[in-house]
Structures are given as C-alpha cells and as structure tokens.
Design a protein around this ligand. Structure first.
Ligand code: S3P
Length: 179
C-alpha cells in the first residue's frame, strides 16, 4: 500500500478512545513520538489546570459531575486543533458534546477485554471508579454500556489484548500514513 512520508500538522487530530486500561496514555505517548507531534492526555490536562488529582476532583463536593464538565471543556477546546494526538478518558464517550468534538479528528478505539484492562491497572489506585470491592465487574459493566458507543465513533478499531503499547502505536502509525 502506498505510504505518505509523514504525518502533517494539517492532518486531523488523532483521538484515542476506549476503556480504562486499554493503553490510551501509553500508546498515545508513543504514537505522538513516532509522528513528531504534541501529545495531550485529557486527564493530565485537567489535573494540571485544576492543580488537583482526578481522585481529588471526584472526592470533592460536585465530584464526578465537575470532572465531566472539565473533560467536556478540554475536549471542546481541542476540537479546533489539528496535527496532535489526544488520549481521552474512558468515560468521555458518554456525552454527545464530547462525541461531536472528537468527530473532527481520526478516532481510534483501543479495545481491551475486561480481563486485560484489570491486569493492566490492578496495581494502580488512582482511578476513583475502581475503588470498589469488585473492580473487575465494574470494568465489565462499563464496557457493556460503552463498547457500542466506542465502536460507533471509531474510524479504526485496534485490539490491544496481549500487545505492547509500542506495537499498537506502530500499527496505528502505519494505518495513518497509508490512509
Ligand atoms: C474514567 C476513566 C479515567 C478518568 C476517570 C473516569 C471513566 O480515564 O477519566 O477516572 O469514566 O472510565 P482513563 O480511561 O484514562 O483511565
């Protein structure tokens, strides 16, 4: 297949969507490095703007709803930009406004089974939605609701079970340069 030689600043932004533990942040970093463009992680952007961790935002009065508004604000700002790689949070897909914002870019769904998600994030205590007795069943139940939405928005679906983030980034790079 004919490849273009490089990703251009005028190319549509690349949005990585998918559940917690699908590798959006790790793959996004590697992909941005390969494409020589800026990488933005929406969760980290929210933390740096508020000077609070995601867990602190969820814990405060307005909790998750404040977090969701911040997420929508960041995605709204990014939607005018091109030539960047963006890792979205796993729940961003739930708002129509967010879905509209990412449609300006190339949307890549990083799919992972609930088992694989759990394996990747079991030692990490920073995700408020998983601070329960049974994080595995939370992951499975979120996937049930969200998978059809991730799928409907995706231009490219990448299965990540058993793959390193570097390998996933390499495959995405090839797909982007041959499209
Ligand atoms: C969330 C996913 C998290 C983060 C927040 C809520 C979700 O992002 O935005 O904890 O609703 O699935 P990651 O998908 O990057 O873990």
């Amino acid at each position: 297949m004919l490849q273009k030689s490089r990703f251009r600043p005028s190319d549509p932004a690349v949005y990585l969507i998918g559940p917690m533990g699908s590798g959006k942040s790790a793959v996004g970093q590697q992909l941005a490095r390969r494409l020589h463009v800026e990488f933005i992680d929406v969760d980290r952007e929210i933390e740096s703007r508020t000077e609070q961790t995601i867990a602190e935002i969820f814990d405060a009065d307005a909790g998750e709803s404040r977090f969701r508004d911040l997420e929508t604000a960041v995605l709204g700002e990014l939607s005018g930009r091109r030539g960047i790689v963006v890792a979205t949070g796993g729940g961003a897909i739930m708002r129509e406004e967010n879905r509209r914002a990412i449609r300006n870019g190339t949307v890549i769904y990083l799919h992972a089974s609930a088992e694989q998600q759990y394996d990747r994030i079991k030692n990490n205590t920073h995700r408020p939605l998983l601070q329960t007795d049974d994080p595995k069943s939370v992951l499975a139940s979120l996937m049930k609701t969200r998978h059809p939405m991730y799928h409907a928005e995706a231009d490219i679906v990448m299965h990540t079970d058993g793959q390193t983030s570097n390998r996933v980034a390499e495959i995405i790079e090839r797909k982007l340069l041959s499209s």
